[in-house]
Design a binder for this molecule. Structure first.
Ligand SMILES: Cc1cc2nc3c(=O)[nH]c(=O)nc-3n(C[C@H](O)[C@H](O)[C@H](O)COP(=O)(O)OP(=O)(O)OC[C@H]3O[C@@H](n4cnc5c(N)ncnc54)[C@H](O)[C@@H]3O)c2cc1C
Length: 451
């Protein structure tokens, strides 16, 4: 007789470990499968930035220790957006972390609370009975295996092993395959410099004219002489680009850093989902979390924190649903509501910003910064989705500043309006699943795009 788990978590990245940990803390019997070897779980090509709010939430919920010691490469306090014409910063507390060391600690925390880990176990398919997912099929040591559980949580990253194995249309609002315009390809290097770098406690996004819009080069501090540097752009833009991503990255980076002035420690690349979270993250017998559910901020590509928070929300709701004995798409619905009310709304706003940055391009973004069209306070308000009320005199002053590029304020005005409308729409995400089709129709209309 095969063992029956309360929950099967597929993937041991931040989404997976926190989903599993949360369920285990509520006394549930959990198994976590990862295709990586046990000692490699958590290791991932990343920019390594992690926002403070997500780890604080876990610390407050479970007393889970904040990143510390070897887990932290540097502490952050601001995010800067820059072009060759100037730079503008906003507060952004957080860390750059060693993903591997931090990820391994979270895995140990899971095991401490009884989560069983099956490593080197790529999940290949789902088991569906009576229209419910009831387990997964995986390989281990060349053999076919299966495991059964009451709820299956897909935390397997952008390539979403469970989600992509579901039948087409299994849950309305949960997309099976992402189109290329909703995926960013990326490349990054970790380098050690001869001199101290000029980005202390900072994540620095540099909009370079050689990087396809709205792509940028990021410079994230990993200590005084160490940087995580990378770039990325939508896969759908690849056809218009001459040269490989690595060549374009090197060309842009070497405008700032002479290749002789640093040592290359690590290189890598990856795929990042770029859209707001799926409109429905639940299905009969399961949920999707983290990159598998598209929980990455579309402008900054930060997905580590949302994956941790998503894991917490998924664990909470799955635990409640297990207690009630209803793990249907509707029984798990509270998870959709929690995500949309929190970073779902923020990411939808960020998606609107991204679309408008794309329209502006690096030259106009440079003009905005150089001519101080927006103050730091105004920029923060837009990023946070707060209303920006300007007096007639303030508007006139801005128009004079941007003369003669009047298309820029028009695009900006449209962006600010659309950010607010989309925020409100996500904050009114339906608590009744029957209302989802109408909510989606209206969102597509407001966004001017069918997601
Ligand atoms: C180049 C790059 C830079 C980034 N920079 C940042 C940044 O600076 N800050 C930030 O917040 N975010 C950043 N991100 C995004 C961030 O890395 C992800 O959003 C985050 O790791 C998502 O966590 P996750 O748990 O959903 O997925 P992942 O971290 O991808 O973990 C998925 C896990 O599932 C396992 N898995 C996959 N397939 C299977 C399968 N079939 N069977 C079993 N297991 C499987 C994998 O081995 C892995 O352990 C970056 C991403 C990239 C690619």
């Amino acid at each position: 007789m095969k063992e029956m788990y309360d929950a099967i978590v597929v993937g041991g990245g931040p989404a997976g470990v926190i989903s599993a940990y949360t369920l285990a803390r509520f006394g549930k019997k959990v198994v976590l499968l990862d295709k990586k070897k046990h000692d490699q779980i958590g290791n991932k090509t990343c920019g390594d930035a992690l926002d403070y709010s997500s780890v604080l939430m876990l610390n407050q919920a479970f007393d889970l220790e904040l990143p510390h010691g070897d887990e932290v490469s540097d502490v952050l306090d601001k995010l800067t957006v820059a072009t060759e014409l100037g730079a503008l910063s906003i507060e952004a507390p957080g860390y750059t972390v060693d993903r591997h060391v931090f990820g391994q600690r979270l895995l140990r925390e899971c095991e401490k609370y009884g989560v069983e880990v099956i490593d080197s176990a790529p999940v290949r398919d789902v088991i569906i009975e009576n229209n419910f997912v009831v387990g997964v099929k995986y390989k281990k040591g060349g053999e076919d295996n299966e495991v059964r559980g009451k709820v299956v949580i897909d935390c397997s990253g952008t390539w979403a092993a469970v989600r992509r194995s579901l039948p087409e249309g299994f849950s309305e609002g949960l997309v099976k395959e992402l189109p290329d315009h909703h995926i960013a390809a990326s490349y990054r290097e970790i380098i050690t410099l001869e001199e101290d770098h000029p980005f202390p406690q900072e994540i620095y996004l540099y909009y370079d004219r050689d990087i396809p819009s709205p792509g940028y080069i990021w410079y994230f501090t990993k200590g005084k002489k160490r940087l995580n540097v990378g770039t990325g752009w939508l896969k759908s833009d690849n056809s218009q680009i001459n040269g490989s991503m690595k060549q374009i990255f090197k060309h842009a980076m070497h405008k700032i850093y002479d290749p002789e002035s640093y040592m290359l420690d690590v290189t890598g690349g990856g795929q990042i989902p770029i859209r707001p979270p799926f409109d429905c993250l639940t299905f009969n017998g399961g949920m999707v979390v983290g990159d598998a559910g598209c929980m990455v901020d579309p402008t900054t590509a930060e997905g580590h924190g949302p994956a941790l928070m998503g894991g917490y929300y998924a664990g909470l709701i799955a635990s409640e649903a297990l207690d009630k004995g209803d793990v249907s798409r509707e029984g798990l619905w509270g998870y959709n509501e929690m995500v949309m009310a929190h970073f779902g709304a923020r990411h939808a706003m960020s998606y609107v910003v991204l679309k408008h940055l794309r329209k502006l391009g690096p030259k106009n973004i440079g003009r905005l910064i150089n001519r101080e069209f927006l103050t730091q306070e105004e920029l923060t308000k837009i990023f946070m989705g707060h209303e920006l009320r300007l007096s007639f005199a303030a508007i006139m002053k801005k128009l004079i500043k941007i003369f003669p590029f009047y298309n820029i304020p028009l695009i900006m005005r449209h962006m600010i309006n659309q950010v607010l409308v989309i925020r409100d729409h996500y904050l009114s995400y339906p608590s009744n699943p029957d209302l989802l089709p109408e909510w989606r129709r209206k969102r597509d209309e407001l966004l001017g795009e069918s997601l």
